[in-house]
Ligand binder design. Structure first.
Ligand code: SAH
Length: 255
């Protein structure tokens, strides 16, 4: 496992105190890479105060405007969520998920996303993830404080590191790097465009088609070579299709 390849990404955090609490939780467990996507109030003295001696983690935090910027170079993305969403996604508890992250971190960039205090991560954000992580709780009250949720996840990584009991690695010997988020997003745009041209996807009534296809490919986790093959197939398919019908504007499209 390489903790330096694992980043904690906080999306749109409201309370600066929580950002400080997260920095401290990370440093206790040996993690240092913090990304802040559009924090409401940062830098802030409450963040510094709650970070205590983890000021270095806070000082090194990377602030980005969008989630995509924060995870563009990541090959394995985990989204944390207190509740289940409308389309179920591969879901693990922190212990099982720590094993997957540890394994991936040997050769890849890993991100763990944490949501807003009031409403968590959006469905759109959760769709960008290979795996969802849920911390088991009482049925009556499932929502942990943000910094405490980060603590639980980082603790499980620490336990694996210290025990040296990594699961056998499936990925270590892979011959091609896994696809980055950025390339996956380009692929989804291309796929959607082709499906519209084919008449398989009706932009006026897209239903959940793209979400289901994203889930399919997220489960497989494509490498760059496989991604290129699929892009090639799409390009060749498009040569047989009328040009004027593709009108896809944004990654993921509207659903
Ligand atoms: N009310 C929000 C919860 C926000 S808590 C909701 O219903 O989604 C802030 C963040 O802490 C969440 O976005 C998630 O990243 C993390 N978190 C809190 N409780 C969690 C749990 N039980 N499992 C996984 N992550 C959790």
């Amino acid at each position: 496992m390489n903790l330096d390849n694992i980043r904690i990404v906080l999306v749109n955090t409201s309370h600066p105190g929580n950002i400080g609490g997260v920095a401290r939780a990370m440093k206790n467990m040996g993690l240092s890479r913090l990304y802040l996507v559009e924090p409401r109030q940062y830098p802030d003295e409450q963040a510094t105060w709650r970070a205590a001696t983890a000021a270095d983690v806070l000082d090194g935090a990377v602030v980005t405007r969008t989630l995509d910027e924060a995870i563009a170079d990541c090959q394995f993305v985990v989204g944390t969520s207190a509740r289940s969403r409308n389309i179920p996604w591969p879901l693990q508890d922190p212990r099982a998920c720590a094993g997957r992250m540890a394994e991936a971190s040997v050769h890849e960039q890993v991100a763990v996303l944490f949501g807003r205090e009031d409403r968590g991560l959006t469905n759109e954000e959760l769709r960008r993830c290979n795996l969802h992580l849920n911390i088991p709780t009482s049925e009556d009250y499932s929502s942990l404080n943000l910094a405490m949720a980060v603590q639980v996840v980082c603790y499980e990584l620490r336990m694996l590191l210290d025990a040296g009991r990594l699961p056998a690695s499936e990925d270590a010997e892979w011959d091609t790097p896994f696809a980055t988020r950025e390339n996956m997003e380009r692929f989804y745009v291309h796929l959607e465009e082709t499906l519209v041209q084919l008449g398989f996807l009706d932009p006026a009534a897209p239903r959940q088609l793209m979400t289901r296809l994203r889930r399919l490919y997220s489960r497989v986790r494509l490498d760059e070579m496989e991604l290129n093959i699929l892009r090639g197939i799409l390009t060749e398919t498009q040569k047989f299709l009328p040009r004027d019908s593709a009108t896809v504007s944004s990654p993921g499209g509207s659903e």
